[in-house]
Design a protein around this ligand. Structure first.
Ligand code: MN3
Length: 233
């Protein structure tokens, strides 16, 4: 079915459509970059309140994320990058101009971020729990390490739970819109969970209190997504 027909069938319901029904499927990143369309938000703007407020979600999605998408599409138009899927592009991102790296990362990272957020109560699968216990000792110790990476990251960027090539899990943080799929990343692997710690992600509601935003992030983690990413890595 053509994507346009599918959109016509499912309408514009934000809550009903999974992110990848109308855009980039970050769980199976094999889409050509140029084929990507701006993905729908998989929940309503106010769905994550009070942990993430509606106004922040609306601006973050409709302005910030949309701008990365638009600028990325413009940056790769009629270039070899448009022939690559996102994962392949990131694997050689050092060969491309900063506009591709920054906007491609911004486009992709936010798609990952929305997918790993949900108002529903979810929990790590048995397989993921075993991997977390192996990597960090306990779930609480993992959360502490991830939270510390998010709280202590200097400037704009992201904190990540990542599966390395050997399957072992680790925590990292990246500058600006870089991610662990990029050849420029210090620690590389498959992203399983991420948090945006740019000030635009929390400043309206939390102002300078990034630590509080990070602590409340755990209330809205979509573990179902993290479980799937771990299985599909
Ligand atoms: Mn952001």
């Amino acid at each position: 079915m053509k994507r346009r027909n599918f959109i016509a069938l499912v309408g514009t319901s934000i809550a009903a459509a999974p992110l990848w029904a109308n855009g980039i499927n970050t769980n199976v990143p094999a889409q050509k970059a140029i084929d990507s369309v701006f993905p729908e938000l998989p929940f309503a703007f106010n769905a994550l309140e009070p942990s993430i407020d509606a106004k922040t979600m609306e601006i973050h999605y409709t302005k910030h994320h949309k701008a990365y998408y638009t600028n990325f599409m413009a940056a790769i138009k009629d270039t070899p990058a448009a022939q690559l899927d996102m994962k392949s592009l990131f694997a050689e991102i050092s060969k491309y101009p900063a506009a591709v790296r920054n906007n491609g990362g911004g486009f992709y990272n936010h798609s990952l971020f929305w997918e790993n957020l949900s108002p529903a109560k979810t929990s790590p699968s048995a397989n993921l729990t075993a991997a977390i216990n192996k990597g960090f000792g306990t779930l609480d110790k993992f959360k502490e390490e991830f939270s510390n990476a998010a709280k202590k990251h200097f400037g704009s960027g992201w904190a990540w739970l990542v599966a390395g090539k050997d399957g072992n899990l680790f925590v990292s943080d990246t500058l600006n819109q870089d991610n662990p799929l990029m050849d420029v990343a210090e620690k590389k692997g498959t992203p399983l969970l991420c948090i945006d710690v740019w000030e635009h992600a929390y400043y309206l509601n939390y102002q300078n209190r990034r630590a509080e935003y990070v602590d409340n992030f755990w209330n809205v983690v979509n573990w179902d997504t993290v479980n799937k990413r771990y299985e599909n890595r």
